[in-house]
Structures are given as C-alpha cells and as structure tokens.
Design a protein around this ligand. Structure first.
Ligand SMILES: *Cc1c(COP(=O)(O)O)cnc(C)c1O
Length: 459
C-alpha cells in the first residue's frame, strides 16, 4: 500500500501552521517585531511550498518524527483500522479542532469562578454539558471522569469497604477487578451460560451463593452490557431487577455502549452508568462519564468534610471521589466537541450492526471460519476463529501467521494483531459501507489467493 504523499503533506501543513502560531505565542501583545515578522514570512512561504506539494501530490517527506522520536500517526488516514478498542474513539473533526484550540493544560479553567468546580463552569458551557450528559443517559447527575475505570473506582471506593463483596461477570473487564481490589473488596464472578451470556438467573444464583457462604450481601453488582471479549449482550435489565430484589445497586458498564448505541439508564434500572470517552465517545484519552441517580449522587459525589488542623481550611463543594476536578483541558473539550455527533450517531446503531453482520457473513463464507461471539451480531465488535481457515495457510507459509497481517497491510487494512490467525477480534464501527465492502472483499480475496474455499452465500 503506497501511502498518499498528500497525507504526509497535510500533516506537514498542520505542523507548519503550528509553527506560525508559535510566533504569535512568543510575541508581545503589541504585535510582531521585525525579527518575528521575518520569521513569520519565512514560515508562511514554507507553508505555501507545502501547500503546493499538497496540491501536486509531489514532494519528499520533510517531517517524519516529532521531537526527534514521535512518528506521525497516520493509521486513520492511510488505513482502514479495525482494531476494536480504537474504532469508536476516533475523534470527530470537531474534536480534533477543539484539541488544537484547547490543548493547553488547564484550558477549561479560564473563567472558573466560585465555587471552583469543573462541572459548575459556565464559560464555555461545561455545566450545561454535564446536564446534557445526564439527560443523554437518562440519569439525574453526571460527571466526567478520566476513563470508565475511574468511574468504577469512584463507585467501588464509595460503596465497598474492606472485605465487602462485589458481583462481577465472568467476562468482566480487568479494570472492574482492580477498582474493587483498590477499595479492599473481593470480586465474585457470575458464570456464563452455554452461549457465553450472563443471565439474570445466574446472577441471582451467585448472589444467593455468596450470601449463603459468607453471610454478607454484596455491595454492588457491576455488569457489562456488552463485554469486551465477545461483545455479547448480557441480560442487563433483568440483572438490574434481580440486584434490586436484594437491595444491591447496579453499575451498568457501558464502555462498549455509551456513545455508540442509545442507553437509557432509568429504563435499564441502572444506579450507575459508566461510559468510556476514548473508547466509545470519540474523545481524547483519558475520558469517560459516570452518571447516577438522585439517590446515589450524594454518596458517590459526596463533598469534602475535611478541615485542616493548623489552618482550619475547608474546601467546600469539592467532591472527594472526583478529587475536586477531573478533565481539565483538551480531554473534556474533545468530548464536548464530539458530543453533538455522538448524540446523532447512537440513533444509527442498527446500521452499524448491519455492517458488522455483513462483514461477519463474508468471513463465515470462507470455509472453516467460525464466529465465537453470539450470532447474528448485535454489536460492531466480533471475535472470530479462523483456525480452520486462515490459520491452515499459516502452517506452511514462510511468514507463518504474519502473512495475514502482511496481506491486510498491503490492502491498507490495519488493527489485526500481527501473527494472529486463530481467534481474533475486529470492529466495523463507524466505517462507511464502501469501506465495509472493501474489507469483506479483501478477506475473500486473501482467502482465494491461498486456495481457501469461499462460498457464494447469496450475496
Ligand atoms: C475498555 C473497557 C473498560 C475500560 O475503559 P477505560 O475508559 O479505558 O477505563 C472497561 N470495561 C470494559 C468492558 C471495556 O471494554
């Protein structure tokens, strides 16, 4: 795959503009002096040259690394990226612009006034954004957090004390384990059924067993709506109901749902809804959301009660679990800039699922391929098993398992783990139909090239 030089030149033009911007940052507010003016003119003419190379599609690579060691990342420009954790975290163009404008450290804090808390800032509309986030999830209160994991941590740290039990799924994410461990608690896992799904019945049985064996009622049930391994849908609504029968609050882990599909916290019966900004809300990392109900807000968003023994200082309405303020710059503004697009895109989840099924069907038409996730797919992420298709080629190929990665790279496809030909994951999230068809055709083409049988399945 030949990388289009115009992509390279686009980066160079962006960098050249930043160099120009830097001149203004260095200058006195009264304007550029003579030297700066000369520098400015020089940089502008360099930019013009880059623009003309951009136009003609000719030229050499002038910038290959930033600060001597950071290569330019052109994965999203030069490739179709099917890496599942990256698909829905790709920034919108508005988020990228926001990052340019608000990348400086504490850029949220320009107009921070008493009572000095991030979610109270009205200029720009950070307070409104918090209100809208809560509405978006149909919950009462929301805070932005540095990743879904920090949402779990805030909840676990508020509800779980030493030796307390948290119920999680046998497919729970490691960060759920760690958040409980961090609070001094113990996880107990609900087993999967034969279809790799967590049922409400299994959850009830686990809660019963824990109560029987330990004499303790679990403090929280943390459950993934779609898990990270198969992206199977678990019985989240029914699990919430079961949890409530034991008076246990439910944390809805929406790392793979909030920001890609509609999530109605109240309808699901969630006491806490956690989402990941960088995984599913087209935002800069680390970002995420923790939303809760009126009932639980005073617990998880409790304010500081501490008083300094010497100075008698108190810090008013700062929230303990948030450590005061959370996303103070480009992370938050990228979330805010992407939010209108995110609100819109969740309405088109069905179409994303259609794309997912289209590609999976094509892969299944390659003889020997299997899908390990539930099928038909209800999510854009899928785990497939190509042990009896692509991996049979790896056995004799001089490059072994790496051949598939190479063949995909040649076709401008990235995001498959190098060497993986057995069980691996992919996501079609956010890809246009032409890209999805291109992907499907590429897999079929590679299969045919290596003599694997590709069935015509009514396409
Ligand atoms: C990715 C993921 C997380 C962690 O999200 P962060 O925002 O990176 O903390 C948690 N749970 C599940 C199910 C995930 O897939």
């Amino acid at each position: 795959m030949v990388q289009d030089i115009r992509i390279q030149k686009t980066f160079e033009a962006l960098f050249a503009l930043e160099d120009i911007r830097e001149i203004f940052r260095e200058a006195l507010p009264t304007g550029l002096d003579e030297t700066e003016d000369r520098e400015f003119m020089k940089k502008v003419s360099e930019l013009k040259e880059i623009i003309s190379e951009l136009e003609s599609g000719k030229g050499n690579v002038k910038v290959s690394r930033l600060a001597g060691n950071l290569p330019i990342r052109d994965k999203e420009e030069s490739f179709i990226n099917i890496q599942p954790i990256q698909a829905a975290g790709r920034l919108t163009v508005e988020a990228r612009k926001a990052l340019i404008a608000y990348g400086d450290g504490y850029s949220t804090c320009d107009s921070c006034k008493k009572p000095f808390r991030l979610d109270k800032i009205t200029k720009p509309g950070i307070a409104d954004f918090h209100t809208e986030l809560a509405e978006f999830l149909n919950m009462d209160e929301a805070r932005v957090v540095p990743g879904a994991r920090r949402g779990f941590q805030a909840v676990a740290s508020s509800l779980v004390e030493k030796g307390d039990i948290a119920i999680v799924s046998a497919l729970s994410h490691y960060t759920e384990f760690l958040s409980v461990e961090n609070a001094g608690g113990i996880v107990k896992e609900v087993p999967l059924n034969e279809n790799n799904v967590i049922t409400a019945e299994a959850t009830a049985e686990k809660i019963e067993a824990v109560i029987r064996e330990t004499g303790k009622v679990p403090k929280i049930v943390m459950m993934d709506h779609f898990d990270y391994l198969f992206a199977n849908e678990h019985e989240i609504k029914e699990i919430a109901k079961v949890s409530h029968q034991y008076d246990i609050p439910l944390l809805y882990n929406g790392a793979y749902t909030v920001g890609v599909m509609p999530v109605d916290g109240k309808a699901l019966g969630a006491d806490f809804v956690v989402g990941s900004g960088h995984k599913s809300m087209a935002s800069v990392a680390p970002s995420g959301v923790l939303a809760t109900t009126e009932e639980w807000a005073p617990v998880v968003f409790r304010t500081t009660q501490m008083k300094g023994d010497l100075t008698a200082r108190k810090f008013g309405i700062k929230e303990v679990e948030m450590l005061g303020c959370t996303l103070m710059g480009g992370t938050l503004f990228s979330m805010m800039a992407s939010f209108p697009a995110v609100q819109e895109r969740v309405k088109h989840w069905d179409e994303e699922v259609n794309k997912s099924n289209y590609l999976v069907d094509k892969i299944l038409s390659i003889s020997g391929s299997r899908v390990l996730s539930e099928y038909p797919r209800k999510h854009a992420l899928t785990k497939i098993d190509t042990t009896d298709s692509f991996d049979t080629v790896a056995k004799t190929h001089p490059k072994r398992g790496y051949y598939l990665h190479d063949e995909l790279s040649k076709r401008g496809i990235t995001g498959v783990f190098p060497g993986a030909t057995k069980a691996w994951k992919l996501s079609t999230y956010g890809l246009s139909w032409p890209k999805v068809r291109y992907l499907a055709d590429s897999f079929a083409e590679i299969a045919e090239k290596y003599g694997l049988e590709v069935r015509e399945n009514g396409e």
